[in-house]
Design a protein. Structure first.
Length: 186
């Protein structure tokens, strides 16, 4: 052993054991790691919207402050069971939710916006909204698809609803219809 202060194993001729071999393996491992890291990093970047959602909920839009159940539970008006394509954003104690459902009249009755036994198209409970046929509207911060005109609106103290109606008949909703619901907590 030389007086270099290292405890390297030496071969019979005084060369470090595994020296040249170690110098060939380490760069190879580094290149292999780089080759693996590039596609993995690219995949994470490409699918970051699907991988990282607020609260782990794929329905939540970026910027949501609390889970949807906290706001909907406080308003005591559940989204219809058949609802699909659900997206929401929550902020400042309120939530805006968009979804598609075939059960809009039932939803309007359960929210208390239209009394049971009354048509959802009774003029005293609804109003028209200035969104012409084919136009869409989606509030800032809410992801997903917006409601498509023409629409009807229903308002209450803790919830308001905008629902797509049929472009051919003012007395029916689209089948299925998209709704934009705003929940407000007291």
């Amino acid at each position: 052993m030389s007086g270099s202060g290292t405890d390297e194993a030496r071969t019979g001729d005084g060369a470090p054991a595994g020296g040249p071999r170690r110098r060939r393996v380490l760069p190879g491992l580094g290149i292999a790691l780089l080759i693996l890291a590039v596609p993995v990093g690219g995949t994470v970047w490409l699918f970051q919207d699907e991988l990282f959602h607020p609260f782990g909920d794929s329905r939540a839009c970026e910027g949501s402050e609390v889970p949807l159940s906290d706001v909907v539970g406080a308003a005591d008006t559940a989204i219809p069971e058949d609802a699909t394509d659900i997206h929401y954003v929550t902020r400042n104690g309120s939530a805006q939710v968009t979804f598609v459902s075939r059960r809009m009249p039932d939803f309007l009755h359960r929210t208390g916006l239209v009394p049971y036994g009354t048509s959802a198209f009774a003029s005293r409970y609804r109003s028209k909204y200035a969104l012409v046929d084919g136009e869409t509207e989606l509030p800032a911060g809410l992801c997903g698809s917006g409601v498509r005109g023409p629409v009807m609106t229903y308002g209450g103290s803790s919830v308001s609803v905008m629902v797509e109606r049929s472009p051919f008949n003012e007395e029916s909703f689209r089948r299925p219809a998209r709704a934009l619901v705003t929940y407000r907590t007291p």
